[in-house]
Design a protein around this ligand. Structure first.
Ligand code: NAP
Ligand code: 12T
Length: 342
């Protein structure tokens, strides 16, 4: 950051949460040009102090009046708070970057992954709101964008293996306490999830819909089509919660419009923005959740051709769901916004 660079007033709504905490970390790690940093949460947290760049900042109440003089408001306090307060933040002159599902499918609100569709940010003028996609969608599309551009995509079949941190701070505690209870020979309590998550897999993320899919599964379908601006892509997903703290893993089966070899996909992804190729099975190197935690890049490996169809590719895609899946993508949107529009 140069001395005479313009600096911005940034607010974080939901600063005390799992994503909010990561936003503080990402703003610091990326040397974001900050003037004021305003931390907002519920009355439960008012007066709490959070450390940022060696300085204690007191948490204030999230309210409609909390956004005076704010340039950029990063929201991650749940969809209800986004519906209740994001319009007030926008009316106060801030551009809202919203991590919740509240506005993602609103046709007036751009849904942005900077490596994939930065041009969509221009639509921020409609509502003063830019939506951050769902974590599972973000990492998948970072890996798919170079393939889409090269050969087109006809259909996607996805299975996800999602970390508990996606549900928030209480879910991280729940997995931790169930593992400790098991090790101590005690019974395990479940309250965040409807069943035990330790040593288990739950084919259930977010709520169930009439069509038998979960909301999380349909987010992957609908958000992918919106971001790729192509409603004709066939997409089906099964999203599964696994006992992992940080990092979502995804098996992605792609039917492309024309033929691409596994070697060509590797070559493409070796220089793709935001992607780190981890694909050397001779050395037992492949993407793993434990390696992505804390990393900004999306790891891609196990690249191979689907031999059951003419134009098929399989990928294994892993990324830190709290970073690229939420806080990092939001801060990258803010960076692109100030560089191009502010
Ligand atoms: P979390 O750890 O449970 O944190 C929730 C945050 O929201 C806390 O700061 C909490 O403040 C605040 N909050 C809750 N109720 C509030 C209220 N009535 N008024 C003001 N603040 C309130 O959850 P998280 O994992 O950080 O996730 C937060 C949100 O981010 C999620 O609900 C979701 O919308 C979004 N998210 C998006 C993605 C994605 O895929 N892009 C991934 C994860 C999360 P207190 O500490 O005061 O309670
Ligand atoms: N239920 O932002 O539980 O739409 O992992 C993200 C993560 C919703 C969202 C999760 C969720 C979202 C989860």
């Amino acid at each position: 950051m140069s001395e005479n660079q313009k600096k911005y007033n940034v607010a974080i709504a939901g600063a005390t949460g799992a994503v909010g905490g990561a936003m503080l970390d990402v703003l610091d790690r990326r040397d974001f040009p900050l003037k004021e940093l305003r931390l907002l949460a519920s009355e439960r947290s008012v007066g709490k102090k959070l450390l940022f760049r060696g300085e204690e900042i007191e948490v204030q109440l999230l309210s409609k009046d909390a956004f005076k003089d704010i340039d950029i408001a990063l929201f991650s306090a749940g969809a209800t708070r986004s519906f209740d307060y994001a319009p007030a933040a926008a009316a106060a002159g801030a551009v809202v970057i919203d991590n919740s599902s509240a506005y993602r499918m609103d046709p007036d609100v751009p849904l942005v992954i900077p490596e994939v569709n930065p041009h969509a940010i221009a639509q921020y003028t409609n509502r003063g709101i830019i939506a951050n996609p769902n974590c599972s969608t973000i990492q998948m599309l970072v890996a798919l964008k170079p393939i889409l551009d090269k050969v087109g995509i006809k259909r996607l079949v996805i299975s996800t293996y999602q970390a508990v941190s996606g549900t928030g701070a209480k879910a991280i505690e729940e997995l931790d306490s169930q593992v400790k209870a098991y090790a101590a020979g005690k019974s395990m309590d479940a309250s965040v999830y409807p069943h035990q998550i330790a040593f288990n897999c739950l084919p259930h993320i977010d709520s169930f819909l009439e069509n038998g899919y979960t909301k999380e599964e349909m987010k992957m379908v609908n958000e992918t089509r919106k971001i790729f601006e192509d409603d004709s892509i066939g997409i089906t997903a099964t999203t599964v919660r696994v006992p992992v703290f940080y990092g979502h893993s995804e098996s992605v089966n792609i039917e492309t419009k024309s033929k691409i070899t596994a070697a060509e996909v590797k070559e493409l992804l070796s220089s793709a923005p935001g992607v780190k190729l981890v694909d050397n099975t001779d050395d037992l190197k492949y993407p793993m959740a434990i390696d992505c935690a804390g990393e900004f890049e999306t790891l891609v490996g196990r690249i191979r051709e689907d031999e059951s169809i003419d134009n098929g590719i399989n990928l294994w895609v892993v990324s830190d769901n709290i970073l690229k899946g939420a806080a990092l993508n939001a801060v990258q949107i803010a960076e692109t916004f100030i560089a191009e529009y502010k």
